[in-house]
Design a protein around this ligand. Sequence first.
Ligand code: FES
Length: 325
Amino acid sequence: MLIPHGLCTHAMQVHHIEQETPDVWTLSLINHDVYAYEPGQFALVSINNSETLRAYTLSSTPGQSRFVTLTVRRLENGSGSGWLTRRVKTGDTLWLSDAQGDFTCARQEDERYLFLAAGCGVTPIMSMCRWLAANRPRADVQVIYSVRTPREVIFAKTWPTLQPWLRLTLFAEQQAVSPMIAGRLDRAHLAALVPDIATRRVMACGPAPYMDLVEKDAMALGATGFMQERFHTTAVTGTQRLKITVTRLQREFSAPVGMSLLEALEANNIPVNAACRAGVCGCCKTRILAGRYTAASTATLSPAEIAEGYVLACSCRLEGDVVVA
Ligand code: FES
């Protein structure tokens, strides 16, 4: 079998596919070799067995789950999620990279956790909850999980198997049914539900605006650390624009403040090599000569490269005018 991408060297066969919610499916994969991963990590998946890669959380739990699983939300116009949830079928082969990422509870000694999840961001949380239940049964684990409607609760059959060992609070924005809480998680709810937040390791995964809010609230309530996993493209909410100059092409164009450099370049038909779009593979390395930006990941860059202005375009959030080499 030809390996479709140098990073994706693990061939796994689809054993079965299960629908979790109206737009989320779990693909269970048989791995014929050893596949080492930690709970909460993700893998890059070769889409359509091509050079295109996308990052997906491994929702299964090492040492506990019979299969390696990917739990995928079908996104409108999402080429990766569309292929995985519409085209892939039992018996097909998927190619995965080594497991990646630091969003895991396995490297810490903590015994008290608060997991905050929204939507499909619950996938690494479930992986870690199962792992903690099996490996640190004395851990004190609290989960607050937010969905839009009760039908969108992912792993609805698994949560009851972990209770009452963990404490789960569900928020539903619409049509909440008891014992769910109607509405969104806010600071007042967080304070009431987790009065001992300062004693817990807080880990969050969900859409970027949700994580920005819960980070602010958790820190305001005394949380001493906050870990988060971001796979999503930058949320651009304002109308302010900035100027991007690409010197090698002698081109200038504008983009919204807050957009990622990769999105801005692609939107203006400037070709960039991008595979994982998650700050992991290093494909999108780009040099910024001047300007204001923040970098969420510098994973594959050396200190010397960072000092010279190299960024990973997918993880570089633009804050002011920039000049790109
Ligand atoms: S596309 Fe992989 S690091 Fe940016």
